[in-house]
Design a protein around this ligand. Structure first.
Ligand code: ATP
Length: 626
């Protein structure tokens, strides 16, 4: 119940609808009260000779003389009441649907926004399917809770009204009708405490099913390549069957509880019927009055059943809300410091000072990282796989925060800079160019949402993408599938480079942008990247040293530490890890022993510029063979 006040906050924007709905609910309760009276008048005043009940005398008075007219008026009145009641129900359903859907949308969009604000460390630990489940399905419970409260209020109101009228007709019968309440109370308490753990289990299992689907859809290529369709299918079936079993168990318990409630009220009705007939035999009650009392008792039980069942079904909503609020209550680890400042068009001086970082549950990922990059410098980041290169650059846009040490941008600690403005200063081009479903133009525009079509084309030209885009039948309007399906890796990468051009940020992070691209396309992309890097502080991670074409400095990482740094010439002269990597990549296996000659050639290239020192590229197979 502690979630109730927070859920009610979502009701605030819809207060007018809520008030209308409550008013309609009260009216519906009144209609329910009026329902049995036409029957009573027919039985007692048309079929027998009892006087018309006091409150309706002013309405029916002049017609009371003629029984046929009275009968017609009462029957028509009863029909009219039903019609009006149904009209009100339709109106109420419209108001309630608007209200509940509006609430769900607001709650869901809060969850969505919050999930995006959560740090990468959070997402690393969670399965996306569970997150989708929480956002999309569990959000319904907020409005479900509110919408369950209204019938609950209506039932409580009807219960009081019905009890009062029954009490005026026959106090002992009225009191007798409530004899089932203690049993219901105990049953609800017992049920709630038993059902909660089961509901949690069902929720987790159903969330897990969604995770499997999500994972399978995003891994479809791997699944097909390994022919694991059957394997995935049976994994899904097995897990699904477990979820089904758990759901069936819960549903059986929910139904058994409902049946218990119904049985208890049926026992109450039997009691009232027995005592009622006894009262007629004693002359304390007319048959018509017993009919009214019985219909009221049935009507008392209806809200009682509704209340008991609603309290039972509310448990499911509470369990769902628990998941949704847990997500909403997770504080983003990376967020703005209290007095963080916004930066604009930084010069691009980056300094790492004694930076340490560890992923949770891992050994030291980065240790004592210190280096500086002057504005406009190109810094190559190299090292064996798993050395921490990607981690090093992902600290700059604060995807993660260092455990100790400082990173400065233009002299300012990046933790003192507003996150949004910090990230606006950095363009990222990743190994796997991810595109959104939409047109090519929209994907490029992602770099600057208010860009014009001319800007988009200019960026595409700079990224060497314009020609291939124009050659497509729909040009810039060509739709791309999810993650860019429908385009080749090189085409996708050029679009993501165009996106970076459009963003025009002073700092550029290139994380192996050409590693999954053939060497001819690589040249085209490297050419575009050369243009992109110009005038920007650039960090370029590369396995193939040749792809870092004009580095001002190279950081060599090994097991989370910078083991060497300097210019290509300095590093080659050092004869350490970089020189070894260089040698590995420049040697042609069939001509072993040429490494030093290549190195010589490379460092003393005709122009004398070390950036032109291009190692020969081995195929990945040759690299592996070595
Ligand atoms: P590669 O060249 O293969 O891309 P890298 O040098 O970029 O490797 P990182 O991706 O930075 O290396 O990873 C450094 C270490 O941190 C590795 O040991 C890796 O297993 C670990 N690691 C990377 N990402 C995570 C994560 N999200 N959670 C836990 N550990 C991680």
């Amino acid at each position: 119940m502690r979630y109730l006040p927070r859920v009610l906050r979502y009701l605030r924007p819809f207060w007018a609808s809520a008030v209308t709905s409550v008013a309609t609910t009260v009216l519906l309760a009144l209609f329910a009260l009026l329902g049995p009276w036409p029957l009573k008048i027919l039985f007692d005043s048309v079929l027998a000779d009892h006087p018309i009940p006091g409150p309706v005398v002013p309405i029916l008075g002049p017609l009371a003389g003629d029984k046929v007219t009275l009968m017609l008026v009462v029957v028509a009145g009863g029909f009219g009441l039903t019609l009006l009641g149904n009209g009100l129900k339709v109106f109420n359903s419209y108001v309630e649907t608007r209200l509940s859907q509006g609430m769900v949308l607001n709650f869901r969009s809060d969850l969505f926004r919050h999930a995006q604000r959560l740090s990468l460390a959070y997402h690393d630990r969670r399965r996306s399917g569970t997150l989708i489940f929480a956002i999309n399905f569990q959000a319904n419970s907020a409005s479900g809770l509110v919408m369950a409260l209204l019938p609950l209020a209506q039932s409580a109101l009807t219960l009081v009204g019905m009890f009062w009228i029954t009490y005026t007709l026959d106090p002992p019968l009225a009191v007798l009708s409530l004899s089932v309440v203690p049993f219901l109370y105990l049953a609800v308490g017992h049920y709630v405490s038993r059902i909660q753990p089961r509901l949690r289990q069902v929720r987790d299992l159903e969330g897990e099913s969604l995770s499997i689907i999500h994972e399978a859809v995003s891994m479809i290529r791997v699944i097909l390549a390994f022919c694991r369709e059957e394997h995935e299918h049976s994994r899904f079936r097995r897990q699904g069957a477990e979820a089904v079993d758990a759901r069936v168990g819960v549903t059986v318990r929910q139904t058994a509880f409902s049946l218990f409630v119904n049985t208890a009220t049926a026992a109450g009705t039997a009691l009232v019927l027995g005592f009622g007939v006894h009262a007629i035999l004693q002359g304390r009650l007319t048959a018509g009055e017993l009919l009214v009392v019985l219909s009221y008792v049935a009507s008392i039980y209806k809200p009682l059943e509704t209340i008991s069942n609603t309290i039972g079904s509310l448990q499911e909503r509470f369990i769902a809300l628990e998941m949704a609020f847990q997500l909403l209550d997770t504080e983003p680890q990376i967020r703005d410091a209290p007095r963080a400042v916004a930066v604009n068009h930084v010069r691009g001086e980056v300094v790492y000072e004694g930076v340490n970082f560890t992923y949770s549950g891992r050994e030291k990922t980065l240790e004592g990282i210190s280096f500086s990059a002057r504005p406009g410098e190109i810094i190559g980041v190299v090292g064996p796989t798993g050395a921490g290169k990607s981690t090093l650059v992902s600290l700059l846009p604060r995807f993660y925060d260092p455990s100790s040490g400082t990173i400065r941008l233009d002299g300012q600690d990046i933790r003192r800079i507003r996150l949004r403005s910090l990230r606006e200063q950095i363009s990222l081009v990743l190994q796997e160019p991810l595109l959104f479903s939409g047109s090519i133009a929209q994907n490029i525009m992602y770099g600057r949402l208010n860009a014009t079509m001319d800007d988009v084309m200019e960026a595409a030209r700079a990224a060497n993408a314009h020609d291939f885009i124009e050659a497509l039948p729909n040009g810039y309007d060509t739709p791309v599938g999810e993650k860019g399906v429908g385009l080749s890796g090189g085409e996708r990468q050029r679009i993501s480079v165009a996106r970076a051009f459009l963003k025009d940020a002073p700092i550029l992070v290139l994380d192996e942008p050409t590693s999954s691209i053939d060497s001819r396309t690589e040249e085209v992309i490297l050419d575009a990247l050369d243009r992109l890097m110009s005038g920007r502080t650039t960090f370029m991670i590369a396995h193939r040293l040749s792809t870092i074409r004009r580095p001002d400095r190279i950081l060599v990482l090994d097991r989370g530490r910078i083991v060497e740094q300097g210019t290509v010439t300095e590093l080659l002269a050092l004869g350490g890890l970089y020189a070894r990597l260089w040698e590995t990549q420049t040697q042609v296996p069939s001509a072993s022993g040429n490494g030093s000659r290549d190195r010589e050639n490379a460092t003393t290239s005709p122009s004398g510029h070390e950036a032109e020192a291009r190692p020969k590229i081995l195929s990945p197979f040759q690299e592996v063979a070595k």
